[in-house]
Design a protein around this ligand. Structure first.
Ligand code: BJW
Length: 254
């Protein structure tokens, strides 16, 4: 474990891995979107500070008061709508071109990785721009922000729609989880960027990569539980560090 603030300070063997690995995966969290203006979940400016998670991000909360839950999501969607990817997102999308095999796994629901050009991000916790019919299970895209009608209902059956997001106590989609575990198990290099590393099962991906002999590099503003399993931690904003990493691989920083 080593902690640095610049990519150029990393040990030679770590830089070698960054430059020459073939199979690479990255797990991102809310910190990657922070510099785009998206609030993180925890910490002093976190979303949970003003709202109790168990009142809003659970199936029980939605059953009890769908209007309250939708008002929170409507507020977040309206805040997100004008926001754009930052240099961290762009550097990650460019990395796809420099490694033979690159899988981006994200806990973020904001869709900014796709907007930055990442082709097939594995979205572990869903997507805030998708809605799911509680009765039929059909998933549709809806970009209205603010929403026109509250709570939104299914055009086909009139049933209640919910955000297509994984709430606490809900299982992650099996296929998506399989892709994420495979990406962690089969990579030579694993980046963990802007996540507090406390929400399972996502947080376990770094340990899985490490147990399968991958080099684990963490990028965060501060140490986290992941720091203990990482071969190196780079302390700093992802919009600064990710372009430095891209440059180390041979790319032109955004
Ligand atoms: C920067 C930066 C910059 C800032 N640059 N860095 C095993 C043990 C214990 C509990 C469980 C367990 N398995 C499952 C659980 C229960 C639960 C869980 O993990 N609870 C823990 C909190 C204890 N997990 C679940 O319920 C999951 N389901 C599941 O496992 O089903 C089976 C099961 C159920 C129950 C029991 C057992 C098994 C589902 C989890 C779904 C999480 N969903 C959320 C909310 C979605 C709502 C929404 O968005 O609308 O997803 S929680 C919330 O946290 C959101 C995020 O994706 C997720 C992770 O947060 P993230 O991204 O790490 O953000 P932050 O804010 O925490 O951290 C930001 C970081 O960035 C910080 O470190 C900053 O320093 C850093 N940073 N600016 C770089 N510029």
């Amino acid at each position: 474990m080593s902690i640095h603030t610049k990519v150029s300070d990393l040990a030679d063997n770590i830089l070698e891995k960054i430059k020459n690995s073939k199979r690479v995966s990255a797990l991102t969290g809310a910190g990657v979107s922070a510099e785009s203006g998206v609030p993180t979940f925890r910490g002093s400016d976190g979303l949970w500070n003003n709202y109790r998670a168990e009142e809003l991000a659970t199936p029980q909360a939605f059953k009890r008061d769908p209007n309250l839950v939708w008002r929170w999501y409507d507020w977040r969607r309206t805040l997100l709508a004008p926001l754009r990817p930052n240099d961290g997102h762009y550097a990650l999308s460019q990395m796809e071109k420099f490694y033979d095999d690159f899988t981006l796994v994200t806990q973020n629901v904001d869709g900014l990785h796709r907007m930055a050009g990442s082709k097939t991000p594995v979205e572990l916790h869903g997507n805030i721009w998708l809605m799911r019919c509680v009765s039929e299970g059909t998933v549709t895209e809806n970009r209205n922000a603010p929403l026109v009608a509250m709570p939104p209902v299914c055009n086909d059956c009139g049933g209640l729609l919910r955000p297509h997001i994984v709430w606490f106590g809900e299982s992650l989609d099996e296929d998506i989880l399989t892709r994420a575990f495979r990406a962690a198990e089969q990579c030579d290099l694993f980046f963990v960027i802007g996540t507090s590393g406390v929400v399972q099962p996502s947080a376990s991906l770094a340990s899985i990569a490490q147990q399968n002999s991958a080099t684990v590099i963490e990028i965060n503003l501060e140490p986290t539980p992941i720091t203990d399993v990482a071969d190196a931690t780079l302390l700093g904003p992802s919009a600064k560090i990710m372009p430095e990493l891209l440059e180390a691989v041979g790319g032109n920083p955004p």
